[in-house]
Write a protein that binds this ligand. Structure first.
Ligand SMILES: NC(=O)c1ccc[n+]([C@@H]2O[C@H](COP(=O)([O-])OP(=O)(O)OC[C@H]3O[C@@H](n4cnc5c(N)ncnc54)[C@H](OP(=O)(O)O)[C@@H]3O)[C@@H](O)[C@H]2O)c1
Length: 278
C-alpha cells in the first residue's frame, strides 16, 4: 500500500481508539491502512490486538510511513509531539488535529504540514453525530475531499470557519455528555419525587430517550413535532413542558457561558493568543 494511503494515529486514548474503531466499522479504512502509536505502548498494543491495525515502534516511524497523520493527544501534548517529529512533518503530510483549543495558526507555526482541525464526537462510535472540520489554506481540494470522505463514513461532517469552533463544539462534541447527564438527572428526579427505584428509573428514562432519538431520525421530524404530538393541549405532559420552557433556557444559556469561559481560559494560556483565530 502506498504511503499516501496510510493513516497514522498518534495517541490511542479515548478519541484515538474511537476513531480507529469507527473508521473500520464505517468502511473508511481497512486494518492494514491504519497504524497507531501511543506514549504508553500498552494502549497501542491493546487497540491493535482488538482491531488488527498496525503499530509503530515510535512516533517518528509512524509519521515517516503515513501520508495522513491524525493527532489525538491532549492540548498540552501537541507541542512536545510536533517538536519530536518536526523534521518529518513536511508539507507532504496531511496533519489532522483533533485537539481542542489548538488553533490552525498555532499548528501552522509548528509545522509546514497541510493542517486540518477536526472536532469529532463520541457518537461517531455509533457512526452518528457530527464531526466539525476546519481546513487551513494549505489544504488542497483533494485533501478536503479526503477528510470529508473519512469523517463522512462515521457521521455527518460539517465544515465551519475557525471563529465558530468553540460554540459549535459545545453544540455537538460536548453535547453527548450533556444529554446523558440530563437523562440521568431526569431519572434521579423520578426516584426523589416518586420513589421509583434508581436502577429502574434510569433504565426507563434511557429507553425512552433512545426511542425519542429514533423518532427524530425520521426525515422531516422536528423536535417541535414530537412535543406537540406528546403534549396535547391542556394535558398532563404540557404541564411538564411548561416547566421546561420556563426554566430550561437559562440552564442551557449557562452551559454555553460556562464552556465559553473555559475556552477563554485556554486561549489566555496559549503562547499564540494573538493568532488563535478568534
Ligand atoms: N473525548 C471527546 O469526546 C473529544 C471530542 C473532541 C475532541 N477531543 C480532543 O481529543 C484529544 C484527545 O482526547 P482524549 O479524550 O482521547 O484524551 P486521552 O484519553 O487522554 O488520550 C490522549 C492519548 O494521547 C497519548 N499521548 C500523549 N502524548 C503523546 C505523544 N507525544 N505520542 C503519542 N501518544 C501520546 C496519551 O498516552 P498515555 O497513554 O501515555 O497517556 C493518551 O493515550 C483532546 O485534545 C480532546 O480535547 C476529545
Amino acid at each position: 500500500m502506498s504511503r499516501d494511503k496510510r493513516i497514522g494515529i498518534i495517541g490511542t486514548g479515548s478519541m484515538g481508539c474511537m476513531l480507529i474503531r469507527s473508521f473500520l466499522r464505517g468502511g473508511a479504512a481497512v486494518p492494514q491502512q491504519l497504524c497507531a502509536s501511543n506514549r504508553t505502548p500498552e494502549a497501542q498494543d491493546a487497540i491493535a490486538a482488538e482491531t488488527g491495525i498496525q503499530t509503530a515502534d515510535n512516533n517518528r516511524t509512524l509519521v515517516k510511513n503515513a501520508g495522513v497523520i491524525i493527532l489525538c493527544v491532549r492540548q498540552p501534548d501537541v507541542v512536545p509531539f510536533t517538536e519530536e517529529i518536526a523534521d518529518l512533518l513536511t508539507d507532504e503530510k496531511l496533519l489532522i488535529s483533533v485537539a481542542s483549543d489548538v488553533s490552525l495558526s498555532e499548528l501552522e507555526a509548528l509545522t509546514p504540514a497541510r493542517v486540518v482541525r477536526v472536532i469529532p464526537s463520541a457518537t461517531s462510535e455509533q457512526l452518528k453525530g457530527v464531526s466539525l472540520i476546519v481546513f487551513s489554506e494549505r489544504t488542497t481540494q483533494a485533501d478536503r475531499e479526503r477528510v470529508i470522505s473519512l469523517f463522512g463514513a462515521i457521521g455527518t461532517p460539517v465544515v465551519i470557519s475557525e471563529p465558530d469552533i468553540e460554540s459549535y463544539t459545545t453544540l455537538t462534541s460536548c453535547a453527548p455528555a450533556f444529554f446523558a447527564e440530563m437523562v440521568h438527572e431526569f431519572a434521579a428526579s423520578a426516584t426523589r419525587m416518586t420513589g421509583i427505584p434508581a436502577d429502574e428509573a434510569e433504565a426507563l428514562a434511557r429507553e425512552t430517550f433512545i426511542g425519542t432519538a429514533a423518532l427524530l431520525e425520521v426525515p422531516g421530524t422536528a423536535c417541535a413535532d414530537i412535543v406537540s404530538r406528546v403534549a396535547t393541549p391542556g394535558g398532563i405532559t404540557e404541564e411538564g413542558v411548561n416547566v421546561l420552557t420556563c426554566r430550561f433556557p437559562a440552564v442551557c444559556d449557562e452551559i454555553f457561558a460556562a464552556t465559553e469561559r473555559k475556552h477563554a481560559s485556554f486561549r489566555d494560556a496559549s503562547p499564540d493568543k494573538e493568532n488563535s483565530g478568534r
